[in-house]
Design a protein around this ligand. Structure first.
Ligand code: 5GP
Ligand code: ZN
Length: 142
């Protein structure tokens, strides 16, 4: 974890170094955007810092603005396809992260449907809300 070089070869480091191919649609000094190899939809992009970090919290704060700018640029490019899209960031195995090199997904949407799956949700109760807000360091107000 963290920003040290990964033990095993990292697929996104290999792409960033030009040793593995990718369909790159945006590049600046610190960031790449390229097509996901198993796209959910046409134009599904991954926005990837060239520096290897596992997670957003590992990216130095001096690089946040540049990374967000690159994400916005990738969104502008996706908007050539559709104005509807999701931005996703999977952090950790249980959240579905399989490549442990930071990347935002930009996933164009062309039709209706629940992009976050079909798990049923129930409205939160007062007691559960109070407990989890305490665990999160709140409440600020209710
Ligand atoms: P995660 O689940 O870690 O958020 O998403 C990793 C994404 O990387 C997946 O959607 C997967 O299809 C994509 N991916 C994995 N290996 C490669 C690769 O070698 N090249 C490209 N372009 N995408 C990859
Ligand atoms: Zn990497």
């Amino acid at each position: 974890m963290g920003s040290a070089a990964p033990a095993a070869p990292c697929v996104f480091c290999e792409i960033a170094a030009g040793r593995s191919p990718a369909y790159v649609v945006y590049e600046d000094a610190n960031t790449l955007a390229f097509l996901d190899i198993f796209p959910f939809t046409r134009g599904h992009l991954l926005v990837v810092p060239k520096r290897h970090v596992d997670r957003l919290v590992d990216l130095p704060s001096t690089e946040h603005a540049g990374y967000l700018g690159a994400l916005a640029q990738a969104c502008r490019q996706v908007e050539r396809l559709t104005k509807d899209y999701n931005i996703g960031l999977n952090q950790g195995r249980l959240a579905g992260q399989i490549v442990f090199h930071l990347h935002f997904h930009v996933i164009p949407r062309y039709d209706a449907g629940n992009p976050f799956g079909t798990l049923p949700r129930t409205r939160i109760g007062e007691a559960d809300a109070a407990a989890v807000v305490r665990d999160l360091g709140g409440p600020i107000r209710r």
